[in-house]
Design a protein around this ligand. Structure first.
Ligand code: AMP
Ligand code: MG
Length: 375
């Protein structure tokens, strides 16, 4: 049975909040699972030093057990308890970005169970800034393994109701701390190689990391690419090889000039509707009005990428709830956060990307004209 409790992150001093956090702590210390809000997405927590708790996390999510978990801490000094070596770069990054949405890969200490790190000799560590996350981690003993609190493959949860949708009956407690602030998972940087490597783009951008570290590489697995996933491809972060964030419908990203994109999406969506399929259009606030009667899911203002990041997973889930079969999405390349946004959108679409040729609308008009003459 899953208990659901609400905790206001701004009022952790109330008796109700204290009771909820204490319950979370007891569950975690006894090997149970708790879903809780962080500043990025909701996490599914278990005691990182308890191999059975990690196994339960994999089972609850249906996650392949070679996809390691991120260990969350709530005190700077606790880093030494999970990481065997702390290079200077890690100290600098921690000073700049912790607590916050940055995960670092470091060599692991032998005491940390293999179950938690998916058998790797390295560990992913993060110190989140969300007050509820910090309180839960501290109450649970200080070391909480927590992947995103979604069923494996589904969009990450940005609301407590998303956790309940995927994990009801599979976790002991869900703490509802309201909507998350960022909406995409933490940036991951690997510090175990000669040069730092970004394994997952997030709110802490490549440019921000470069300001602290100088040169930073990017894992080829997260560079934009087209076409279906290649099964033989082995990215450094094991999680990146799995289908992820995906809605149930077929999602297509449509690239190009705004007007051409809108025209193309209108055409394809209407064709799909005529064929009896349920469609959804993911569009920006600025371009939403171009889709007429089609069902538009608002990602946010193009000029405010934070909004798009915060809304993305919620609208992908909304598409599922509305049983959309064909999803056409605009792309979002504005601002530094676009690397994180497009990484999720490309994975969600299984890298189905259409580039609309310039002149599409003009050719279409001729085409329509031809048709009408023929009739
Ligand atoms: P999630 O917890 O759902 O945000 O996913 C965690 C991500 O961190 C996955 O993509 C993992 O593959 C990655 N990760 C966790 N531990 C490691 C590690 N030791 N080395 C590389 N990637 C890791
Ligand atoms: Mg995840």
């Amino acid at each position: 049975m899953t208990t659901l409790l609400t905790v206001n992150p701004e009022h952790l001093e109330t008796a109700d909040a204290k009771r909820a956090i204490a319950l979370a702590g007891d569950i975690l210390k006894n090997g149970g699972l708790v879903a809780f809000p962080t500043e990025t997405v909701y996490g599914l927590g278990g005691n990182a030093f308890d191999p059975h708790a990690s196994e339960k996390i994999y089972a609850a999510k249906g996650r392949p057990s070679d996809n390691p978990l991120i260990v969350h801490i709530a005190e700077m000094d606790d880093l030494e308890r999970v990481a065997a070596e702390i290079p200077e770069e890690a100290r600098l990054l921690a000073e700049s970005f912790w607590p916050g949405p940055l995960t670092m890969i470091l060599k692991k200490r032998p005491e940390l169970p293999d179950e938690t790190t998916g058998g790797l000799s390295t560990v992913a560590v993060r110190f989140p800034s969300h007050p509820v996350a910090q309180a839960v981690i501290a109450a649970g003993g200080g070391f909480i393994a927590a992947p995103s609190a979604n069923a494996s493959g589904r969009p990450s949860p940005t609301l407590a109701s998303h956790c309940a949708e995927d994990l009801d009956g599979r976790v002991d407690l869900i703490l509802d701390g309201g909507p998350v602030g960022i909406g995409v998972e933490s940036s991951i940087v690997d510090l175990t190689e000669e040069r730092p490597v970004i394994l997952r783009p997030g709110y802490i951008t490549g440019a921000m990391l470069k300001r602290i570290l100088g040169d930073v590489d990017t894992d080829p697995a997260i560079l934009p690419r087209e076409g279906p996933e290649d099964a033989s491809f082995r990215p450094k972060a094991p999680g990146m090889k799995y289908r992820h964030y995906a809605p149930r419908g077929t999602m297509t990203l449509v690239e190009g000039d705004d007007d051409e994109v809108a025209a193309y999406i209108c055409d394809r969506a209407k064709e799909a509707q005529e064929a009896g399929r349920r469609v959804a259009v993911i569009a920006s606030a600025e371009t939403a009005s171009r889709y007429g009667e089609l069902p538009v899911y608002l990602a946010g203002r193009r000029q405010v990428p934070d909004e798009v990041a915060r809304n993305l997973f919620r609208i992908l889930r909304q598409c599922d709830e509305d049983r959309a079969e064909e999803i056409y999405a605009e792309t979002f390349h504005e601002g530094e956060l676009s690397a994180a946004i497009m990484n999720r959108m490309e994975k969600a679409s299984g890298h189905r990307i259409v580039r609309v040729p310039s002149g599409y609308r003009d050719n279409r008009k001729e085409h329509e004209y031809d048709n009408s003459i023929g009739e």
